[in-house]
Design a protein around this ligand. Sequence first.
Ligand code: 6R9
Length: 646
Amino acid sequence: MFDAHDFSVPEEWAKRAHADNDKYLEMYQHSINDPEGFWGEHGKRVDWIKPYSQVKDVSYDAKDLHIKWFHDGTLNVSANCLDRHLEKRGDQVAIIWEGDEPTDDKSVTYRELHAEVCKFANVMKSRGIKKGDRVTIYMPMIVEAAVAMLACARIGAVHSVVFGGFSPDALAGRIQDCESNAVITADEGVRGAKKIPLKANTDKALESCPDCTTCFVIKRTGGDIGWVEGRDLWYHEEMAKASADCPPEEMSAEDPLFILYTSGSTGKPKGVLHTSGGYLVYASMTHQYVFDYHDGDIYWCTADVGWITGHSYILYGPLANGATTLMFEGVPNYPDSSRFWQVCDKHQVNIFYTAPTAIRALMREGNGPVEKTSRKSLRLLGTVGEPINPEAWMWYHEVVGDTRCPIVDTWWQTETGGILITPLPGATKLKPGSATRPFFGVKPMMVDHDGKELDGACEGNLCIADSWPGQMRSVYGDHERFIQTYFSTYPGRYFTGDGAKRDADGYYWITGRVDDVLNVSGHRMGTAEVESALVHHDAVSEAAVVGYPHDIKGQGIYVYVTLTKGFEPSDDLRKELVQWVRKEIGPIASPDLLQWAPGLPKTRSGKIMRRILRKIAENDYANLGDTSTLADPSVVDDLIENRMNR
Ligand code: 6R9
């Protein structure tokens, strides 16, 4: 419906862009026809200690599955993000930090950040932390989170950042899974004037992690906290004693850089493992081209460092490119819903990257809060995390961007390390709601249910036919699960878990997950995780969780609960169960709607028929499809009768 619009950029804008359409097509063809040659050339954007002679060594064959890029080269990621910039831009601001309160901000130059990272690297070394050790980071959005990540990279320790909104149990599970022996946290976080008890949560988590013997604590609020002598150390006290001289560790391109836990359709979260060389090449190249980044730009990605977007596009990509990256501690609606745009004006932000859920929430507040700000500095807007509906896209374009700024709708995943499908601003004709075309080196493939490749305009499941340098290498500690999850549904291809449409222009329109993964406000969550949290509660004998369309969050969480004998439904119990899930997983997993289900629709072999539960949750029960395989069709009538979403 918006196809008739012309969203092309002004001529001046296009002239400066890194690529026009011809250049995109030429580079894309090169990257697909000759990946070795293409990446052999672009791999040089990173400083190598020992240059690579091998570029790509990949097999997607389940029997011999391996993914290696630049594997005989050596480098250090922190040196690429810091040391190599010192000569030319040591006094340039690396990180602008904007605190929760609008009066609270600071800037850190590359030289200052380098010194801080070297010191903290030495602090970690003095506690015996070394190359290959796993370090868990559970922090608010403060500069020290970046310091901690880069310091790990400097000494070759593998960081696992756990989002500060996760519960003590979720934190403990992640510390145990990767056998971290150190954790870095803060006394408290602050978001929207609310305190988050990070140290108290860590204390609780560590009760079940006896091997985690070091806890560094950054003083953010000065609030009261518990203290375990011998285990807990104040960051500022240790830093005061540390030397700022710490040579970077020489790492192989395929040495692990970080683990990041993410939800899948089954079982507990997986530790997605990313390595050093290919990841950095890919993160920095996509950051430059997708955001049309130029020297001197002020760049702001509103994600949290606890997610992959924060890793690749707050930290590693921008810093590898010598950019000024903004880190925001707060939330979009504090002190009021004008905050994002006020921050843009205050720091003269040129490139702004956020999530559709934030755009939809702000759109609901009307144009007033946007229009009272200037936003003249903005040149480019981006979105990530979930499909953006064309209405929200248009509002973003017209109201936020004054119709002047192209929008890059970037599709990618924790697993992909960097952006895979996206417009290149100035080169790609935009269509609201479409992530458009593949980035260099990315070969999307549409398949039907049976894995048959689909041609031309079509709708199906999205696979990627060949590797790119930023791809995850394994599931930490469980390579078999890696192969099973991503390479067994459609043998020989990476299966994304997403459905998509491809139009006649070859543009991709991501329609969302086709597996049991929910996307709530851009946060990924397995229905299985929420179900397993619920059945932990004594009152719950069985639970089934599905998503339903939600105006702001994209998807809401709809829960069906069958009670254990002896428990009766009540509003108090409903509240208790919602609280229970928040406690077990974290506030992002709060059920939106909870229905008491005397029985769940099951096949005769005992499988829950989620298709039916989804339909009821969507309030679309007239059209349940084939219910002939149900063991007891009468349970469905009860569920429809008592549905929560009318
Ligand atoms: C980067 C990130 C990945 C899932 C992915 C897809 C959804 C992300 C999207 C998008 C439509 C976009 N997704 N970007 N859907 N359009 N531009 O979000 O990683 O948290 O692992 O989530 O998010 O469903 O499979 P992650």
